[in-house]
Design a protein around this ligand. Structure first.
Ligand SMILES: [Mg+2]
Length: 310
């Protein structure tokens, strides 16, 4: 079997860009993949064009070797655009090989481990009584883990203006009320999308009574593990970090220094299932939870709460 075409589809899906890629073969078998570098989909498409010239004519069954050659065959290795493209190609190659062998993709990854996968749902922003009612409804629907959007107001008249200090205050106020309303059963988290600095994050966490928050996702940017190490000394709140990482190597200091408690491994960014098979065991070796990134999850249609009858 040989690869005959790599086709790319950078598309707008209503609220953000998404990058889809299709591999075609001379046997008529096709495979689909996705990159997760949202908002940089044209850069990913350019990277995929580089790889297209290399991949056409190659045997798609050699997934691991092709991954190594894509990542290492030129002087400049890695980076989000390149590994986004490699991720989409690697996912599509797994699709092709699974179809060729007549097995589900999970069979290529070690076989089924479980029949259900626990998930979390993302609620509304922490800025008023609506979020409390929303959280109570989600718990009643059966969700056992809820992630919230930080609150902020458009006090300055500009809805796009984000004031970190203002957000810290309003978000702390309403996550405390949510915890009081739903009790200690559900897992509660907040994704700050790296919009705070170290001092702002510490101030936020220190406003919360112990037990309020089960995880704080990416409060600061990830370029400097030492910044997270400093933050780790200032709060015991568990961190969820890694969604922006473009390689398994970026996870190393975060896992080995205990900086991420929930490794947010996004298979669409980190290099596809080939990388994930290496990165996730490393996290597990340190008893760090692996939490798949949302780009892969949105591909699964019909996600339902754990106790749903639907
Ligand atoms: Mg996130």
């Amino acid at each position: 079997m040989k690869i005959t075409a790599i086709k790319t589809f950078p598309i707008w899906i209503g609220h953000r860009n998404q990058f889809i890629l299709k591999i075609e073969t001379d046997e008529g078998i096709q495979g689909w993949g996705e990159a997760g570098v949202s908002g940089r989909e044209l850069a990913v498409e350019g990277a995929a064009r580089h790889y297209r010239e290399f991949l056409i004519g190659k045997d798609p069954m050699r997934i691991g070797a092709l991954w190594q050659e894509m990542y290492r065959s030129q002087y400049f290795e890695g980076g989000r655009a390149l590994t986004g493209a490699i991720s989409a190609i690697d996912i599509a190659l797994h699709d092709v090989v699974a179809r060729k062998l007549g097995v589900p993709v999970y069979q290529l990854l070690g076989g089924a481990h479980r029949h259900t996968v626990p998930g979390f749902v993302t609620s509304t922003s922490l800025d008023g009584p609506k979020v409390v009612e929303d959280a109570k409804r989600l718990v009643a629907d059966g969700w056992e883990a809820i992630r919230f959007v930080p609150g902020h107001t458009d006090k300055g008249g500009d809805a796009d203006l984000f004031e970190p200090r203002e957000s810290v205050g309003i978000t702390a106020e309403w996550i405390i009320k949510v915890r009081e309303a739903v009790g200690f059963g559900p897992v509660l988290g907040i994704d700050y999308h790296h919009r705070l600095n170290v001092a702002e994050t510490a101030s936020f966490c220190q406003r919360l009574p112990s037990g309020t928050l089960d995880f704080l996702e990416e409060p600061i940017r990830d370029e400097c593990p030492d910044a997270y190490a400093a933050l780790r000394q200032m709060t015991p709140v568990p961190f969820a970090i890694g969604e922006e990482f473009a390689s398994k190597w970026q996870f190393v200091p975060y896992i080995e220094q205990g900086l991420t408690n929930f490794a947010r491994i996004d298979v669409c960014n980190v290099g596809g299932p080939t990388t994930n098979r290496h990165g996730l065991p490393r996290a597990r070796g340190h008893f760090t939870c692996g939490v798949s990134g949302n780009d892969f999850v949105v591909c699964i249609e019909g996600i339902q709460p754990p106790d749903s009858d639907a």
